[in-house]
Design a protein around this ligand. Structure first.
Ligand SMILES: Cc1cc2nc3c(=O)[nH]c(=O)nc-3n(C[C@H](O)[C@H](O)[C@H](O)COP(=O)(O)OP(=O)(O)OC[C@H]3O[C@@H](n4cnc5c(N)ncnc54)[C@H](O)[C@@H]3O)c2cc1C
Length: 386
């Protein structure tokens, strides 16, 4: 083997890049990031909606968001690079009592965990924030002012540039085709260009993570699921200052993007698989939901050629799998973000760096996110998935 590294990271998306940077923060710089594409961001990172929020239902997700959003607040100054963080908020809108009860319970949990910027909002406050919304059936909602959006590609680039400044090596066009093991555990990786030795290998391969895990003999329950986004042409009837707005009656959500808006809706009929082509029939499906809640969207123009599809990396309980694989010393997992990998990339980087270098972290109870939970049955269901 010609090359060696203290840590090899498979996957140069936002998660791999954050782990690399966080490792350098703790003094570990002999790190190699392997990316099979000729440029970074061609996985889910470059397809993301860029939403960041702390409005989750489980303590561990809220904790990860508290670290991450604070990190994004300071990102530009710390990294000397733009994150594009815009704290315009997330507004959850409920039209059913069961959704309102759900939001109230989440709100109480979020406040108990230390989130200071979330509040319950009445129907009239919602109308004040988004006057264009049909409000006859709205009961209320929640709004968190530090939630918002980032530019995922820029965040990934900033982590990478600063990690490389400190000595991290990024090899593009380098596909990992095998993982080497010996009696001690992980021994390195195999690529088309040869073998590279390392006692620590991190799986940060996004929607492709299960295949990487299999190379190490690990069964990882991460499945790809297509998500489609539809940007509109410039549209002056909605303010560019709007938050991410979520209509809980249908799951339709949207946020300002450029001079128009970016619309999302998770089609319940979507089935798992590596499908990345945009289905033109989706435009009508999403516009039906959009116009129902925001009638002026009837006037919006959509060019389906500008719409796109990407992959969520789903786990059965919609939480990531973080930490060392139970039976393979040196094989670390940072996978299965279930649509939250951009917003949780800062916390993930910190947690993985802590676990790799010190075997523990004080950011979250890492045991809760271990792969072992699928064997023991201690699942932690997140229901606030968009
Ligand atoms: C439409 C859409 C909207 C989304 N919206 C949001 C949102 O609003 N907020 C949010 O937080 N998240 C959102 N997500 C999810 C988010 O984009 C992902 O969770 C996140 O990008 C995962 O980052 P990653 O680095 O783990 O994966 P990726 O960005 O997919 O990176 C993995 C990398 O691994 C590489 N790779 C794979 N196999 C190999 C191999 N064998 N050898 C070498 N390299 C390999 C791939 O080429 C890829 O570059 C969205 C996703 C989609 C698709």
């Amino acid at each position: 083997m010609n090359q060696t590294a203290d840590v090899i990271i498979i996957g140069g998306g936002i998660v791999g890049a954050s782990i690399a940077w966080h490792l350098t923060q703790s003094g570990c710089t002999n790190v190699l990031v392997l990316e099979r594409e000729t440029s970074q961001g061609k996985g889910s990172t470059g397809k993301s909606m860029g939403g960041v929020r702390a409005q989750f239902s489980t303590p561990v997700n809220i904790q990860m968001s508290l670290y991450s959003i604070d990190f994004y607040r300071q990102y530009d100054e710390r990294m000397d690079y733009p994150s594009g963080y815009r704290p315009q908020g997330y507004l959850f809108v409920a039209t059913a009592e069961k959704h309102m009860n759900y939001l109230r319970a989440n709100y109480e949990r979020q406040v108990a965990m230390g989130l200071k910027t979330v509040r319950l909002v009445s129907m009239s406050e919602i109308v004040e924030m988004v006057p264009q919304m049909r409000a006859d059936d709205i009961l209320g909602g929640t709004f968190c002012s530090t939630d918002g959006f980032v530019d995922p590609y820029s965040v990934m680039s900033g982590y990478t540039l600063r990690a490389v400044d400190r000595g991290v090596r990024l090899l593009r066009n380098t596909e990992v085709t095998g993982i080497l093991r010996d009696a001690q555990g992980i021994a390195g990786v195999r690529t088309a260009d040869g073998e590279i030795a390392s006692r620590v290998v991190v799986n940060a391969a996004g929607a492709w993570a299960a295949a990487i895990a299999r190379m190490a003999g690990v069964d990882l329950p991460v499945e790809p699921l297509r998500r489609m986004l539809v940007p509109t042409e410039p549209f002056s009837e909605l303010s560019q200052r709007l938050p991410m707005v979520i209509d809980m009656s249908t799951g339709f959500h949207f946020r300002p993007e450029g001079l128009g808006i970016l619309m999302a809706w998770n089609d319940p009929e979507e089935t798992p698989g590596f499908k990345t082509s945009f289905d033109h029939a989706f435009v009508e499906k999403i516009l039906t939901r959009a116009v129902d809640r925001v009638p002026c969207l009837e006037n919006v123009e959509v060019n389906p050629k500008r719409a796109w599809a990407g992959l969520y990396e789903m786990t059965p309980d919609h939480h990531p799998v973080l930490g060392q694989a139970p039976d393979v010393p040196g094989f670390f997992l940072a996978n299965g973000f279930s649509g939250h990998g951009v917003m949780h990339s800062p916390a993930t980087g910190r947690i993985l760096a802590d676990l790799i270098l010190h075997g523990k972290t004080d950011l979250v109870d890492a045991g809760v996110l271990s792969l072992d939970r699928y064997r023991t049955g201690n699942l932690i269901e997140e229901t606030a998935v968009l």
